[in-house]
Ligand binder design. Structure first.
Ligand SMILES: Cc1cc2nc3c(=O)[nH]c(=O)nc-3n(C[C@H](O)[C@H](O)[C@H](O)COP(=O)(O)O)c2cc1C
Length: 231
């Protein structure tokens, strides 16, 4: 089955490891997804030279695509995190990509957030493409108009995602917006989808009537990513 679901990062480029593109189930399930999301997270910083260095490092290491999270310019009010007293571990500071920030980040989430570039618009995709040869995937699309903007900006694919509902309450379910977005994209670029995929039948629902299977996405995916891409 040529499907790939991956959990990654918003507003900011995230690397997809070659092994992450094969869509195979793993016994660690969501724990593995969470670990990968933490490891893979990259952000566009106000200091573009830092982002550029991280992107070039990813390319040199053999990563095959950049996944740009476009739905979280600022972190949402995550009430579950507030209730549980969630904090970011100091160990975050030991991650190589964080260390590249040097004095810019003082290992505290609030300061880390302050370094993010909140002024991003679709031109960031053009910029990312100008500094590397990797395809850029826009993650966090929930509306056909945004899918069109992503295509115009040069995205190689989109991820229909509501960030698992973690970023903003009351966003639509991805399965509900899929048909309209697939109708807009009509196979021009591949569509990935995440959110609420918990069993095989969820995959079939996403591939069902109105979904990308009717709009020649598979061919577009293979053309861009080979035989291991999304819908
Ligand atoms: C622990 C955790 C961390 C996540 N971190 C990020 C992140 O940094 N960037 C991002 O774009 N999405 C992140 N996500 C969202 C996932 O990439 C994905 O969109 C979402 O989990 C899909 O919904 P689902 O959990 O219902 O499958 C995270 C999800 C989880 C569970």
């Amino acid at each position: 089955m040529r499907c790939s679901f991956f959990g990654i990062d918003l507003r900011f480029p995230v690397m997809i490891a070659p092994s992450a593109m094969h869509g195979q189930a793993h016994e660690d399930g969501e724990k593995a997804t969470a670990r990968a999301a933490v490891r893979a997270g990259l952000y566009v910083f106000k200091r573009r030279d830092i982002t550029e260095a991280i992107v070039k490092k990813a390319e040199a290491l053999g990563y095959r695509a950049l996944c740009l999270t476009v739905d979280a310019p600022i972190t949402g009010r995550r009430e579950r995190d507030l209730r549980s007293g969630f904090t970011v571990s100091d160990a975050m500071g030991q991650l190589p990509n964080i260390q590249m920030l040097g004095n810019v980040v003082n290992q505290q989430l609030v300061e880390f957030e302050a370094q993010k570039d909140l002024t991003l618009d679709w031109s960031i995709i053009t910029w990312l493409k100008s500094i590397c040869n990797l395809p850029v995937i826009a993650k966090g699309i929930l509306h056909p108009a945004d899918a069109r903007c992503a295509i115009k900006a040069g995205a190689a694919a989109i991820v229909i995602s509501n960030h698992g509902g973690r970023q903003l309450d009351s966003t639509p379910a991805t399965i509900d917006v899929l048909p309209a977005i697939a109708a807009e994209v009509r196979g021009e670029i591949p569509i990935f989808l995440d959110g609420g995929i918990r069993r095989g039948t969820d995959v079939f629902k996403a591939l069902g009537p109105g979904g990308p299977a009717e709009t020649a996405q598979t061919e577009a995916t293979e053309a861009t990513f080979g035989s291991c891409g999304g819908f």
